[in-house]
Design a protein around this ligand. Structure first.
Ligand code: UDP
Length: 362
């Protein structure tokens, strides 16, 4: 069986790393061809993940980063279609909710190649988010949908997608967190001059937060207030760095207690997450990793797809309308004693289950 995997953005490298390893274990029955669309292309947003997580090198590199949504998605569809005509895979496998996900799914379905979608059924119910459109379209054209949670299965059912097409697989990010957190050097926290449980870790990159100057300023001011309690480390996404410079807000971030660093590799990131006192983020993946490591989390957004984390008390939503909302949530999280809840995202064996389900369905 031949699977053509389409990846392009940071969170997809993390997800695909686990499933690629599971495919490798099924060789020669399964042959994986990887297409990298180039949506993320820097060393520290892309190459470091392939190196550290030992993801096989992509057979195709499309280099389609740095374009607007329309041009990027359109050119991806065109290029992926050509690759599909040449490779003739049994499945196209896509992950998550980026433009690369939707482009892979659309190129495949138009050529009648079945699509498998990992992380299916997630919904924010906010159609202003580009990710939400990518999710809905990908789910509706997929033949096989790997839903990480019970909530995701229900979301799909309410859109008429049910039955054997939908597999509750658990979350491959849990597999990744378990496997790769054992591989780090253990030096990341000390190397940044931080002490375990005595810092906030923050990541901000969602379009609705960084492209809106008022929201971005609110978030920066809230992080500056948090830094009066404990140092804040902000590994900064290229989109965020650009918008901070554009709006002049980077001047507020010169404080040694509020530190901007370049994005870090996954092995360092999981160490930084594990040892943080509280994680403040608008990332989907980072919210879950906080939970996996039992670290209280504040999600700086109006809503989250990972509602079960809010329901179980592991995560607090802090809409970025006012500085105080975020600061209050951060202080409450500092005082929280979060007990990890078992089983929400499977047992860390999701990637194997996905690889075997695809092989069986070919
Ligand atoms: N991540 C990383 N280094 C960083 C920031 C994030 O390795 O400096 C990892 C993080 O641990 C998670 C993934 O990138 O596994 C999440 O990606 P991102 O936040 O870009 O996307 P989202 O999950 O919101 O789709």
């Amino acid at each position: 069986m031949k699977v053509l995997t389409v990846v392009g953005a940071r969170p997809q490298f993390v997800k695909a790393a686990t499933v690629s390893r599971a495919f490798a274990a099924l060789r020669p029955a399964v042959d994986e061809v990887i297409v990298h669309t180039g949506q993320h292309f820097d060393q520290n947003m892309s190459a470091v993940f392939f190196e550290e997580m030992r993801i096989p090198q992509p057979q195709y590199q499309l280099e389609l980063g740095g374009l607007g949504h329309g041009a990027m998605t359109g050119r991806m569809i065109e290029s992926i279609e050509e690759i599909l005509q040449k490779e003739k895979p049994d499945w196209v496998l896509v992950y998550g909710d980026t433009n690369s996900t939707m482009a892979g799914a659309l190129a495949a379905v138009k050529l009648h190649v079945p699509v498998a979608h990992v992380e299916a059924g997630l919904r924010s119910f906010n159609r202003a988010m580009p990710e939400e459109i990518n999710r809905v379209v990908s789910d509706h054209v997929a033949t096989l949908l790997f839903a990480p949670t019970e909530v995701a299965v229900r979301n799909l059912a309410s859109e008429g997608i049910a039955g054997a097409r939908v597999v509750r697989s658990g979350d491959v990010m849990y597999d990744a967190a378990l496997f790769y957190s054992a591989m780090g050097s253990g030096q990341a926290v000390a190397a940044l001059g931080l002490r375990p449980r005595e810092y906030f870790l923050a990541t901000i990159h969602r379009q609705e937060n960084v492209d809106d100057p008022r929201r971005l300023e609110t978030i920066v001011q809230a992080l500056a207030r948090c830094a009066r309690e404990l140092p804040v480390l902000l590994p900064v996404h290229p989109r965020t760095r650009k918008m901070l410079a554009h709006s002049g807000l980077d001047r507020l971030l010169q404080d040694e207690r509020l530190r901007l660093v370049d994005p870090v590799g996954y092995l360092d990131m999981v160490q930084l997450e594990k040892d943080a006192r509280v994680i403040l983020t608008d990332s989907g993946g980072v919210q879950k990793e906080a939970y996996f490591f039992g670290v209280p989390c504040v999600t700086i957004r109006d809503e989250t797809e990972w509602v079960e984390l809010v329901e179980c008390g592991a995560n607090r939503l802090a809409p970025p309308g006012a500085v105080q909302t975020i600061v209050d949530a951060a202080l409450a999280a500092m005082a929280a004693r979060h007990q990890p809840v078992q089983g929400l995202y499977g047992e860390g064996l999701s990637a194997d289950a996905i690889a075997r389900a695809l092989a069986a369905a070919a």
